[in-house]
Every structure is written in C-alpha cells, then in structure tokens.
Ligand binder design. Sequence first.
Ligand code: ATP
Ligand code: MG
Ligand code: MG
Ligand code: MG
Length: 493
Amino acid sequence: MTSNEIRQSFFDFFESKQHTIVKSGSLLPDAPNLLFTNAGMNQFVPIFLGQANCPYTPGRAADTQKCIRAGGKHNDLDDVGLDTYHHTFFEMLGNWSFGDYFKKEAIDWSWELITQVWGFPAERVYATYFGGDDISEADLEAKELWLRHLPAERVVPGNRKDNFWMMGDTGPCGPCSELHVDLTPNGDCGAGMVNADSADCIEIWNLVFMQFNANVDGSFAPLPAQHVDTGMGFERACSIIQCTQNFTDFSGVISNYETDVFTPIFNALAEMSGKQYTSTLPADPAKQTEQEAIDVAFRVIADHIRCLSFSIADGIIPSNEGRGYVLRRILRRAVRYGRTLGFTQPFFFKLADTVVESFGGAFPELVKNHARVSKTLKAEEESFNRTLDKGMDVFDAILGSTKSKTIDGADVFKLYDTYGFPYDLTELMAREQGMRIDEDGFERLMNAQREKARADHASKKSVVLAEDGGFDADATPFAGYETTQLETEVLDV
Ligand code: ATP
Ligand code: MG
Ligand code: MG
Ligand code: MG
C-alpha cells in the first residue's frame, strides 16, 4: 500500500464503524497554552470538557491530525535525524468516541484494523495497560480485554508516565493502552523492550480512555460521560507496512524515512545536491563518518521542510517570538545542515514544491498557500545565508581557541546576537564536536539583553529585542503572548 492508501484505509475502516471523517485541525491551536497542535485530541477539547456539544451522530469521529512536537511539553526536536521514528511534524491518525463506545470497542477495533485489515503479525504486537500506582487503580478492564487477543506475556503493565494520560494538571484524563511492535529480524525483542525508546520495538498507537476529571485538589472524579481518544503515528504505520513488504521481511532497515512519505523529498534532495542517501544510523553524533553526516542531513532537512511547509500554510510564520521563533530555529537548522550537502545558495524553499505535490491531495491548504510557503521560505533562507558562513567561521575560531570541553556563554551569545545562530543550533554544532555549551552564561546575557530591551521600550527610545521564549520555549505556560506588544526587529540578519 502507498501511504495515501494506508491513510485512506484508516478512514474507510472507521467509516465502516459509523465514524464521521473530519478534517485535521490547524497546526495553530486554539488553546493559548500550546505552541503548536501536538495531538489529535486538541481540536476536540471543548467537547470533552462539555463546553461544546458533539456534532456527530453517533458520537464518533476519525481523522488525521497535523501535529508538531518541537517545543514545550512535547519536544522531539533533538531526536530528529538521529532516530528513525520521531519527527517534528507528523500525522496522527485518530478515532474518537464522545460519550459513545468505550474500552471494548476501542481495543477490538484497533486490533481488527492492524491485524486483519493491515495484516500486522499478531505475534509481534505488545499491548500495554495502566498498571496502577498510589494515586489510581490498575486498568484491569483493559488488561482483560487485551488478553482476549494476546497471550499474557505480551500484555504489559505500564507506569503513570506512559499509561495514564492527562491533558494538563486538571481536566479530563484517564488510563491509556498502547500498541507496540517488535521490529527485530526474528521477532524476539522481549517485553523489556516495550517503552525502552528503541527502534527494536516502537510504539504505534495510543488508546486513551477518558473517564476521570482531575480536580484542582489533585483528586479524580468520574466523568459524567466516558470518551475514547486514540492517536496512531501515521509515518510509523507506513514504515512497518512498507519496509517489511507487507510483513514478509523484517531483516532490513525499518525507518519512517524509507517510505513514500519521505522518498520523493529525498529524491529531490539527491538530485539537487548530487549526494546520495545510504540510510546508516550513527549512534553518536560526535563520531560520524562523512556519509553518516550526509544521511543525518537528509533526514533532518526532509523532516524540517514538512514542518515548515505545513506551518506556513496554516499561517504560522517564522519570526522572533514564541512559536514563530521555534519555526525560525528549525529553518536555520535545516539551512545549516544544507551546508553538509554542499548547498551555499538557497535550496530549502525548492523542496516545498515536493511537499505540496506529495501531500496536497490530503491537505489542500498546501496547494492553496503554495506561493506563500515558497516565498516565505526563500526570504528566510536568503536572510540567514548572509551570516551563516561567517558565523560558522566564528564557531570554528571559538573551537580552535577553547581549551576546555565547554563553549563559553559569551561566545554562544555572540553567535546568537550577531550571526543569528539560535541557541540550540550552536548546541547541536557543539555536540557534533563532543563539546557542551555554557547554558547559564548564555542565559545571563540573554536576560540582561531582555531587561535592556524592556527598559528601552519603557522609555520609548528604541525597541531592540523580542523576548523570543527562544531556546527553551516552554509552552506551558506559553510566554509569547505577554511579549507580543514588544516590537520585534532585532536578529533579522
Ligand atoms: P514516543 O513514546 O514514541 O515518543 P509518545 O508516547 O510520545 O510516543 P503519544 O503522545 O502517545 O506519543 O502519541 C500517539 C502516537 O503518535 C504515538 O503512539 C506515535 O505513534 C506517534 N508519535 C508520537 N510522537 C511522534 C513523533 N515525534 N513523530 C512521529 N510520530 C509520533
Ligand atoms: Mg514522545
Ligand atoms: Mg510513548
Ligand atoms: Mg504514547
């Protein structure tokens, strides 16, 4: 199956179970405390909270939701390019019950879809359930339901972090049950590899059973209605189906990047750069061969162009504050990886054409906003290109003159302030050299600059700096809105 067919078969399956197929919500969330939409349930929060009526009869929906996890509570940016299954931008397939069906149907349908419709070998699947702790009881109901499909050794209890889902400190919440797939050549990874953050056994689907409301005092009360909220990693499902030739061969590389979700972007990149992707995975960024560095660059750039294209199409524009600065950081990171592939002129914006071509059918907003995406990317890229080479020379000079293993905060600040190097880009470059950076020193200088900007602003002299929330942009609570009154003009290098 192509990825488009896999997505469609998910919709068809849930449509056959009386679900209304709905459109993905925007990447720009309604909730002010979120940087980006990061889960399928975001657009349905008002229904779960009882603030909006469920518009579907029966109360069932399914969709693919555009998600970004590159800041705030869910931040997978550091893994991107170094593993095979975490992206900044990804699609989360989901099915929902709003006070309609509950655990039994959710579990049985997930099982039916993956094993009967798609053909996942049952003997490679693990299911987890909430194992209980001093706050809440174990979800033995889910355990029993899974035992109808799986042997006891593959029904595994999990802890609060992995198997009890909360939207925040308060609000709808409940235990969750997840499906994990053994991807080792012989299918013998063992239950210990579940939730071990390993490519040998990856999580594909999370089924959340919303049955409690978390109160302010920390207690849990049963909700008047019980809901189901599921999320499946679309690219992960594609990788398992496609890279194993429909589950017939688990001996090769199983990677999201080796699916038709990414190959068109890789092909365009190979053609433009004259370099080839060979798909090795380096264990340590500081010990890469030249080809491994090229492979990482392919993965990072392909990931980042999807993130930027989809965001800009949804009206989130790179800037100096809040979520816009997260995007600018991601773009600058991609441009710098472009140097690894030999690009010295703008190249990144051209890949947007491939993204629009590949995903414009499922997401027409990409087609509609194609021109804006390309134009915005090109301008951003040109502007960063003007200081990137000089900044990289400065970085090399700093390395040459540093005797310790830590790069001085003042140097990191100089790269940020004069050459437009986001903190995390410098950190990444340092990591590649086996070095660390002096975060406290950098933060002190940033704070001093923010203070100065505030003072200047207050005295209406000149406005220099936006508080970007930048290198540690934490989405909860999101600080950006407090600072939007500050004009933003610095750093447009
Ligand atoms: P993981 O443990 O692999 O980081 P998660 O537990 O953080 O995943 P959930 O919040 O449960 O993920 O999201 C539901 C599903 O979305 C996951 O089961 C996974 O298949 C997919 N997913 C989560 N994060 C990413 C990502 N960064 N890139 C691609 N798919 C993802
Ligand atoms: Mg995660
Ligand atoms: Mg997980
Ligand atoms: Mg999970």
